[in-house]
Ligand binder design. Structure first.
Ligand code: PLP
Ligand code: COI
Length: 338
């Protein structure tokens, strides 16, 4: 490692680490894959990933435990989700074992960058894939590249586990039968303007409503939404255009099985937002970010508090991060030790 990092000060910014993984799909098969030092890619100017959005990515994290081990949280779930995305945009699938092995190799090769236990930081792993080859018609590429790099990160939303405020947007990030459930770059391009407007208006990010009716909550920026009702039900929206968050489904499981809460995946109407006494955004990058308030059509709805975190959100956070850091016993198969 060439630079000294101040682990406690890390945000969510690109840092070049030592090694990254690259594998090429050509003539119907993946090559072995290898670790390289160069963080630049050379591809044909006609790559479908550059023109037609035949591109996708994933995000997961590695954590340092109290006894110095390094572990990944549910990488097989990211692998399976990437396969769903691969199918959606007509790319060859990356086998689950290849995906997990690539992540393991990258973490091992950059282990000095895995932040120490207790710093609140972790190693973010970014697998991605796109069409290369020489294809200019609108059709699937003839060749693909699958890469994985990593970087140490801190909180995605400034403040980490302190409440932040969001505002609903008039823009849509995804259509009901479109690519919302796939992790394709185009969804994020579609979110940039909405995000900037929310930030310019003083909010952490925007809340997307369903594209068809604009009445139901879908996503909180690049994270899923959850709320805790006044009678302690963990609720999260159900929709075909939401990215199926691995963090969200993990929380759903933990709420039900570790905290004995009722759970529901169903419509969440923005006009009925006061059914929730606590709310949060959840995702790999966001972890759990408590939602202080949501502003919608000029009205501000405060949940638990704009400065303090509710007790159920706190317990969900402690349980999830406890598992990720190795302090709480994980459900079988959730942890992969590097
Ligand atoms: N929603 C969107 C749009 C995202 O980009 C992410 C991040 O991956 C999530 C939700 C959270 O998903 P996960 O918990 O799998 O990271
Ligand atoms: C993640 O949580 O991993 C994300 O993908 C969010 C964002 C950095 C795109």
């Amino acid at each position: 490692m060439s630079q000294k990092l101040n682990w406690e000060e890390l945000g969510f910014d690109y840092i070049k680490t030592d090694k990254r993984y690259i594998s090429i799909w050509k003539d119907g098969a993946w090559d072995e894959g290898k670790l390289v030092e160069d963080n630049h890619l050379m591809v044909s100017e006609s790559a479908t990933g550059l023109h037609y959005g035949q591109q996708c990515f994933e995000g997961l994290k590695a954590y340092r435990t109290k006894d110095g081990k390094i572990q990944l949280f549910r990488p097989d779930e990211n692998a399976k989700r990437m396969q769903q995305t691969n199918k959606k945009i007509m790319m060859p699938e990356v086998p689950v074992e290849k995906f997990v092995d690539a992540c393991m190799q990258v973490v091992k090769a950059n282990e000095d960058y895995v932040p120490p236990y207790g710093t609140g930081a972790s190693l973010y792993i970014r697998p991605f894939m796109f069409g290369t080859g020489q294809t200019i018609g609108v059709k699937p590429a003839s060749e693909y590249i699958f890469c994985v790099f990593c970087m140490p990160v801190g909180a995605y939303f400034k403040g980490g586990m302190t409440p932040v405020n969001f505002i609903t947007t008039k823009f849509d990030r995804a259509a009901p039968m479109g690519t919302g459930a796939a992790k394709v770059g185009g969804n994020y391009a579609a979110s940039l303007q909405a995000h900037q407007e929310a930030v310019d208006a003083g909010f952490a990010d925007c809340i997307y409503l369903d594209a068809a009716t604009h009445t139901k909550i879908e996503e909180v920026g690049a994270a899923n939404f959850f709320g805790i009702t006044k009678d302690d039900v963990f609720v999260t929206p159900k929709s075909l255009s939401i990215l199926p968050s691995i963090t969200k489904y993990s929380l759903l499981y933990l709420a039900e099985n570790y905290m004995n809460l009722k759970v529901e995946e169903r419509d969440v109407f923005i006009d009925n937002i006061d059914e929730f006494k606590e709310a949060g955004a959840c995702g790999t990058a966001a972890v759990i970010t408590p939602i202080g308030a949501i502003s919608h059509e000029g009205e501000k709805h405060v949940f638990y508090s704009e400065t303090e975190v509710g007790p159920i959100t706190t317990e969900l956070y402690n349980t999830l991060t406890g598992i990720q850091l190795g302090d709480v016993e994980a459900p079988e198969g959730w942890i992969y030790v590097v």
